[in-house]
Ligand binder design. Structure first.
Ligand SMILES: [Zn+2]
Length: 222
């Protein structure tokens, strides 16, 4: 919604779901009148209402290994709003192969994360989390619940990073992982946090690697 409002010229949406009343607590692009409609149709209407000058392309399909590279080819930046691990790894791997920035965001109950994974410039999602958790171990938003404002907070950060990439602005969140805890905003005890420690080890590895940015890509392990 912020990307449309900012006037980003062409936005592509990939989704195959329909709007359910249980989505409305967190997916505020949809309204009560949209329940039962395809999400991409509802989202397109809302985005065109925000800014009719933006070109919206809708892809009503499940993102798969068979279509990801073809879909991504038409876009400069990929923004990951997925809610499951297989698709998140697929988005990452396709972005690494295509050499495109992956503006990552994820949420779980009361926590959120955001980063920019850009294989030519730093670690990717798989560098941070080499393997997906076993199926069923981590519940989805629909199963585990999520604080409704979290997608808004993390999504706004992703929109901000996307605009920074388009502008060529400094300080893009490559090599950085933002962790947001709704109960303790701004507080992170790094020594207790395996994710932060793991990221630090990765960053030390990257910062000591020699040979320039193109060598980074060779270290992404697949
Ligand atoms: Zn990697």
């Amino acid at each position: 919604m912020y990307l449309a409002a900012a006037g980003v010229g062409r936005l592509g949406l990939v989704d195959f779901d329909v709007v359910d009343s249980s989505n409305l607590q967190r997916q505020i692009i949809h309204g009560t009148k949209d329940v039962g409609r395809p999400k991409i149709a509802s989202a397109r209407d809302r985005l065109e209402d925000i800014n009719p000058h933006v070109e919206i392309e809708t892809h009503e399909t499940r993102l798969t290994s068979a279509n990801a590279m073809t879909l991504f080819r038409n876009y400069d930046i990929i923004v990951d709003g997925t809610d499951n691990f297989p698709t998140r790894y697929l988005v990452n791997d396709a972005c690494v192969l295509a050499g495109k920035p992956n503006v990552y965001g994820s949420i779980f109950r009361f926590e959120g994360q955001a980063s920019v994974f850009w294989a030519e410039r730093g670690p990717c999602y798989r560098c941070l989390y080499p393997e997906p958790p076993p199926p069923g171990l981590v519940p989805s938003c629909a199963e585990g619940g999520v604080l409704g404002v979290l997608p808004g907070i993390i999504g706004a950060i992703q929109a901000n990073e996307t605009i920074k990439i388009i502008l060529g602005a400094p300080g893009i969140m490559v090599n950085r992982l933002l962790l947001f805890d709704a109960w303790r905003p701004g507080v992170r005890r790094a020594s207790d946090d395996q994710r932060v420690n793991r990221l630090r080890r990765i960053l030390r590895y990257y910062s000591t690697a020699r040979g320039g940015p193109t060598d980074y890509g060779r270290n992404h392990s697949y």
